[in-house]
Design a protein around this ligand. Structure first.
Ligand code: GDP
Length: 363
């Protein structure tokens, strides 16, 4: 049909017939889409070259529950291991609203711009589910950092057991380090257990607190203050400066009540403002002092070795557990046996023993 604008009354204007859409997308793109799966050697090569797209794809494999993905992921990790380890790993925790994202954004930009570092921000959030969106490690929460080419931000792996989520994050650290990221942040939200998991994979544990929220005691109760190598009190700006100073001196006195730490390091308390970017260099200096101190007294390597040992046992436990629950016989036996236990026909111990014995004999 003739275009209406080609009507006599619009003489000055001539609309030509359009060209049909080209049936294919860019040949370069099709090529890429066809080639989504690399060999472990290719993945490793890409990671070592610092290719972020390949790094992201490898992390997705690490996070996948599919056995075939896990197999590839494990091989990539093994190939990357010799190139990993050369970083400062920092755990960051604080209750929601403490200012974790604001602080990570400010701190991260400082490290990249002023210290020339490359930063990966990972998260452990056992309560998250991909579909519902994670509240941690979300790029939109770290606006400036998300635009930085020297920053890699990855939300928490999807929900599973805390051990599983934490293992995936620990493996992701290896890949990020191999890709040249020499600073790793692992963020978590304060629910006790997830902090212990983060503590088991970082060199320095940073606790973000606020002044006068009554959370001070909470931290002590949940054993989080004992884990902290540094306590930083956020929002030291405007009218709040005096309050944060007071809180800092209270924390310092509280820390005196704890037994000395294994590292010999005395945890420090600093005030800062993530929002106004005040006191950020001092936080980095504290971390550098700690790294130097623990490298000199041997604690740095000792701790990393202990962590490797811990994760070996964690992996054994996780694999055993998964193999047991995924065994088809066990899947059918479980509901029946559970019923027998509930009906007091057999004891819990006998029930567990029977199923374990069956599993071990029929592996
Ligand atoms: P998160 O839940 O721990 O990640 O906390 P957010 O970073 O989202 O911060 C929670 C709220 O505190 C936001 O409204 C921030 O703007 C505000 N906030 C964060 N840091 C500061 C700060 O240094 N000073 C002030 N005044 N507000 C801040």
């Amino acid at each position: 049909m003739e275009h209406p604008e080609n009507d006599e009354q619009y003489k000055g204007l001539k609309v030509n017939k359009g060209v049909a859409d080209v049936p294919t997308v860019s040949p370069y793109l099709t090529k890429r889409l066809q080639r989504r799966e690399y060999t472990p050697a290719e993945y490793t090569e890409g990671i070592l070259k610092g290719n972020i797209t390949i790094l992201s794809q490898a992390v997705t494999l690490v996070e996948s529950a599919k056995p075939e993905h896990q197999q590839v992921a494990q091989e990539i990790i093994e190939r990357c291991l010799p190139y990993a380890g050369n970083s400062v790993r920092i755990g960051i925790t604080g209750v929601p609203g403490a200012g974790k994202s604001t602080s990570i954004d400010a701190f991260g930009i400082y490290l990249i711009e002023k210290e020339g570092r490359k930063l990966a921000v990972l998260a452990i959030d056992p309560s998250s589910e991909r579909s519902k969106g994670s509240i941690l490690g979300d790029k939109t929460r770290m606006e400036e950092l998300s635009r930085e080419k020297n920053a890699f931000i990855r939300p928490s792996p999807a929900a599973g057991s805390l051990g599983g989520v934490a293992r995936k994050t620990r493996e992701t650290i290896v890949l990020c380090e191999a890709a040249g990221f020499n600073t790793i942040f692992v963020e978590t939200v304060g629910v006790g257990q997830s902090e212990t998991a983060v503590h088991s994979m970082v060199d320095f544990f940073l606790l973000i607190q606020l002044a006068g929220t009554g959370d001070e005691l909470q931290g002590i109760k949940r054993g989080i203050m004992e884990m902290a190598d540094g306590i930083i009190i956020n929002k030291a700006d405007g009218d709040n400066i005096e309050k944060t100073r007071l809180a800092a001196s209270q924390y310092r006195s509280a820390l005196h009540l704890f037994p000395p730490s294994d590292s010999g390091w005395v945890p420090q308390v600093l005030t800062y403002s993530g929002y106004y970017k005040l006191g950020i260099p001092e936080i980095w200096k504290m971390i550098e002092d700690y790294i130097r101190f623990t490298k000199e007294n041997g604690y740095f390597d000792y701790k990393r070795n202990e962590q490797s040992k811990f994760w070996m046992y964690e992996s054994i436990n996780e694999n055993l557990r998964n193999a047991f629950y995924r065994h088809p016989d066990i899947a059918t036996m479980l509901p029946q046996t559970e019923k027998q236990v509930l009906n007091n026909e057999i004891s819990s111990f006998v029930a567990a023993h029977r199923m374990l014995e069956h599993f071990l004999k029929n592996k």
